[in-house]
Design a protein around this ligand. Structure first.
Ligand code: TMP
Length: 214
């Protein structure tokens, strides 16, 4: 495959969506063909799965069903969007990917599933394909949650099923992402998301430019 696959990860209120758009603009300026996408919900069926996963009561799905649905969404995303785009020389930028499953469904939910089960689902759904680069935006959950509450005040947000958790849960989520980065030092870069938007964008541009020799 001639394209690249770059994933953005992190907890609530890290500014992921803003940064992924800015990187997309930068790559376009460099004359790259790009596809900006997300999980869950990057495909038509995925959008339905996203609604099931993010809305309603937290206990309407058990841990196994929840993980299976995230991987069903991911499988369709790879087959219908990511891989075809990469074969067509496109740089795919995904707002979340499989590290989110490990961070949310394993670390944040305090290991309701085993790491091995999540890894086995990954192999089944995605095979041995991995992102070329993963940018993990890291922020103190107290700051991140304050940011996302502020944003929620101005929006009608029904997507509260997973995120409506206490501070300790969000702290486990944060350390989960940091563990993942430690376990995958070649692929993952952790950046301080409590920085001005422009400064963080320049850091991301530097990392991407160096890694892919732009
Ligand atoms: P978003 O906040 O990036 O829009 O993602 C929607 C929610 O889905 C968010 O609370 C994180 C959660 N999520 C998981 O719990 N596991 C996953 O594998 C993914 C991709 C997202």
């Amino acid at each position: 495959m001639s394209g690249k696959f770059i994933t953005f990860e992190g907890g609530e209120g890290t500014g992921k969506s803003t940064q992924i758009k800015l990187l997309n603009d930068f790559l376009k300026q460099k004359n790259k063909q790009t596809l900006l996408t997300k999980e869950p919900g990057g495909t038509e069926v995925g959008a339905e799965l996203r609604r099931i996963l993010t809305e309603g009561e937290v206990n309407k799905l058990d841990a196994v069903a929840e993980a299976l649905l995230f991987f069903a969404d991911r499988r369709l995303h790879m087959v219908q969007k990511v891989w075809p785009a990469m074969e067509n020389d496109t740089w795919v930028l995904s707002d979340r990917f499989a590290d989110s499953t490990m961070a949310y469904q394993y670390y944040a939910y305090d290991k309701r599933l085993s790491k091995e089960d999540i890894q086995a689902l990954y192999r089944f759904a995605v095979g041995d394909f991995v992102p070329d680069l993963t940018i993990i935006l890291d922020i103190d959950p107290q700051i991140g949650l304050a940011r996302s509450f502020k944003k929620a005040e101005t929006m009608t947000n029904k997507e509260t099923r997973i995120e409506n958790q206490g501070l300790i849960w969000h702290e486990r989520l944060r350390s989960g992402f940091l563990e993942i980065a430690k376990d995958n030092p070649e692929r993952c870069v952790v950046l301080d998301a409590d920085k001005p938007i422009d400064e963080l964008h320049l850091e991301i541009v530097d990392i991407v430019s160096q890694r892919f020799e732009l």
